[in-house]
Design a protein around this ligand. Structure first.
Ligand code: ZN
Length: 198
């Protein structure tokens, strides 16, 4: 929590430099939008990685950088391209407020860690190699937004946070069936899987 003296000092600085309140509000709004955009980028990577079968080690945003790490031995084989594409696509979807154009996705790819996402897509044969993840992200958009809110608030999100955003069960066998259903076209939360009797 910000202490009152800190706020007083900030107010004094603004007065001393005669920074107009409108300018301060604009700076704050731009910063909030920048962080929300970064949070959606990482949330896109994280949701795609989990739905495609990966176990997340960590998802973080800090300063200008975000990072989604998948436990290496659980990384979905051959799915590097869709997971890489999911970040810039979710970022562009957030900025556009609707399904983005290819141009908007390219713009998102350029302004954020091109060496990572663009490089993975290039190595996989081009952007088209990842674009088949789009319908999955559309189905899971509510989950992407929920993970982005967690990142916005705490700066990090866990595998459990992403599973909860995807409305997955705790039981691993039930969860595997739920993930298969989401991969094959169902939206999270629109079906119920009954665990087998034990
Ligand atoms: Zn990325």
């Amino acid at each position: 929590m910000t202490s009152r003296p800190a706020l007083d000092r900030l107010a004094a600085m603004i007065r001393a430099h005669k920074i107009p309140l409108a300018t301060v509000e604009k700076i704050i709004a731009e910063e909030q939008q920048r962080i929300a955009t970064l949070a959606h980028h990482e949330a896109g990577h994280a949701v795609a990685a989990v739905v495609l079968g990966g176990q997340l080690r960590d998802v973080t945003i800090s300063g200008d950088a975000g990072r989604t790490t998948v436990e290496p031995d659980t990384f979905p084989r051959g799915r590097e391209a869709p997971i890489a594409y999911a970040g810039p696509w979710a970022q562009a979807r957030h900025v556009a407020g609707r399904r983005p154009t290819l141009r908007q996705v390219y713009a998102a790819m350029e302004c954020h860690t091109p060496a990572t996402d663009g490089g993975v897509l290039c190595a996989s044969g081009g952007t088209a190699a990842g674009a088949d993840v789009v319908p999955l992200l559309e189905r899971c958009w509510e989950a992407v937004e929920a993970v982005a809110r967690t990142l916005n608030r705490f700066g990090r999100a866990s595998h459990a946070d992403v599973c909860s955003a995807l409305k997955l069960s705790r039981d691993p066998e039930t969860r595997a069936v739920e993930l298969a259903l989401i991969r094959s076209g169902r939206a999270p939360g629109t079906f119920r899987v009954t665990p087998p009797p034990r």
